[in-house]
Design a binder for this molecule. Sequence first.
Ligand SMILES: *[C@@H]1O[C@H](CO)[C@@H](O)[C@H](O)[C@H]1NC(C)=O
Ligand SMILES: *[C@@H]1O[C@H](CO)[C@@H](O)[C@H](O)[C@H]1NC(C)=O
Length: 815
Amino acid sequence: MAKHKKKRPKHGCYFRDGKRMAYFCLVYIEEVESFLETLKKNLQGLGFHIEVHDGKKTDKKFMLLHVPDDILLDLSEAYDIGVAEKKLGLDGRRWTHNIFHTPLSHMYMSETKKGNLTSCAKIMIIQKVLESIQFGSETHARSVYRMIEMNLLDTVFPLHDGYPIDETMKLPDKYLNDRQLLTKYWANFSMWYKSVPTDAIERYYGPEIAYYFAWVHNFNLMLIIPSIMGLLVVIFGIATAHQSVAVHDFIEKNWMFCARCFRYRDCKFHQLKSYYKLFFWNYVFDNYITVTYTIIMSVWGTVGMNLWKREWHILQVKWGVTFDDDEIGARSAYIDRVMKKYDPRTKKIEAYVPRIENVMRMVFSISICLVMISVVILAVVGVITTKLLLKMALTEYLHDSTTTFVMIVGCILQVCFIKGFGEIYENLSIRLTDIENPKHQRDYDSSVLYKGYLLAFANNYAPFFYIAFVKGINFSQPGTNNFFIQQDNCQPSTCIGDLATNLFFIITFKRLVGNLLVLFKPPLKKIFKTLLFFKKKQIAEERLPQYETEYNLLPTNRYLLTSEFCEMVINYGFVSLFFAACPFASFFILLNNLMEQRLDAYKINVRFRRPLPRNVSGIGAWDGVILGITYLSTATNAFLIGITGDVVSYASYAINQWEQHYRYRSYANYTMSRFKTEDFDFYRKVNNTPEYCYYRGMRLGPEDEKKYSIDGPYWEDVTWRLITIFVFEHFVLMFNSVLGFIIPDYPKCVKDQLNLDRQLAKEAKLLMLKEEREESGQPDEWERYDKRPDFSKGEGPIRPSLLNVKNQWNEHILI
Ligand SMILES: *[C@@H]1O[C@H](CO)[C@@H](O)[C@H](O)[C@H]1NC(C)=O
Ligand SMILES: *[C@@H]1O[C@H](CO)[C@@H](O)[C@H](O)[C@H]1NC(C)=O
């Protein structure tokens, strides 16, 4: 025994006596010290221990808080935190192989004894106290967060359990602190294929962050099937493309494609053959199999959401959080900024906002949002114009590779805009919500979330909606010499391939830039700062105390997770909105998520100060957003198949052939029309013009009386397309609602557990009532019953007859 007795390394931040552990740190500057006396006195009055340290590298002062365990336990009862029993018997995923688990999946971190609060629970309790502590004599002079707003405090943050990475990492797991265990097994890229230890995260960071990672984990598991299937679909497409009518019929013709030119100089006619690659890739992403894939995947969103609901209910029961623990009262910023009025109901002076003011604020905030969205859309238009101009300028030099080069440049520009606007609107949505000034914190949070998401939505998806539904339906016969119509379209084929390649590049570049930003932004900032201010280098590289090290980390705010979540939900949209155009998107999003998830973990665990844990019951308003995306995806996929893609045309061509119309020799003959170049002035001025050229469209030929007007098959094709959209949408919606109905929201283990809990609670209550009654010396209910007068013997008052009859009747029914 004695041989193994290693000294347990001491983790965490301690008072000077080396015994009392500090849980929270308040930072302030010397001058305001006199204002803090009341706060200190009030905290000490509650039994808090306080110790002030001078900063080593800054002129700030650090006030450390320690609370003895017995006081914390009393407070935990009062606030109902950390007392809920965690139930660990509810693991639905025991069937996965061990290589997908880390030691953290089985071990609920350092052992929890009853009445032993985790550091997370301790922080939650202290935070509750700090939120309501009085620091002055006026009634609204409460909460340390208020003091930060009034510049009496610099900042307040909870302390970690220790350093994330240090020399003790070499010791066996049982000597590590929780943060180090999380760094080793969770915030670690070599764990990319392992399951996420949500229980351990919940224990250390609280439910809010744990729900986020649980959702991401669920999302990733859901992506496995579409990824594999999507890759197979693409491989199938590549294998069959060459023989398909959609490719073969075009390239075997000696047709000239009607040039789309804007200047005489580069107006050259090419053979349809030279567009082989375009036809090929469009077929790969747009054929019968991809449509089948889209139909199968149309239930993916609903199934995923239902599986998440089940998982969520397990987690709720497991962690004992079934309600949001938010402030119920009005926000302090709200009370400050509004008028006060006497309320006859509560007989108190209450905060009051005239309705017209509320409306004005709303309108203002919404209009700023709309302006932002238009700016985002303008940026998209800017990128498109840049691409067109670049293309015109470069065609002479780059020839065939122009399109690829221009597309990549366009994607890089787009990613720059997405990232740049992203930085702006995170703050913007908070500022705008401040103007709106909602009364309750919950409304405030969801307002920030919706605005942030709306802007992110416009920012991320606008280019793709443009390609799919503007550029994609932009077909015209020669003769309309409008810059945009002539230049920005995907003729002679469809835009599906364009959409797919753009998606691929943007997803990849975004991740690349994101990774670089996370890994290199803070070090670069530091270097920049030192260069800028010519700061003297540290003379002695002595180690700073833990509180000061953590003070130097990036500050966290309430919306740290909101922006991460927004990013993930945007990824969800990339997958589900564009199934029909981009079967491989799920694979790349999966890769991206695996990386992003570890990166988020690393950020939270190592780069940021410890976030304030929050007791929430789920992912909140995101559930609604995800549901909305799922519905929207039905529409976008229907339109992608029906409008942007060409599968419906293959089908209607096949039907024509099968009915032996033989009106069309080939598929190319069906979808393309002939144009006499003499009929267009512009073409006449160009050298080497062929006599006829072909363009995409089902129009009459030059010989016909009604030259170039719409031909019969066009309407046939349009009808088929509309029918496809209608049928797809209705079928999917119906099927999804049936599925939502079939899959139960509560797994059996949760139902059993809830029933058991209810029963136990009832029994405990009855027991308590009985004990109370015995203590107060009252006769027991049943005893009294026995001592009642015997009505049948004519003692006492006569029973009401109606009751009697009713009882008899009931008995009769029962028999
Ligand atoms: C990450 O995991 C690997 C493999 O288990 C381990 O060797 C490494 O030390 C871990 N990294 C950190 C920072 O703990
Ligand atoms: C397609 O073939 C038919 C039948 O030979 C012919 O009348 C029609 O002009 C052709 N269309 C085109 C665009 O070549």
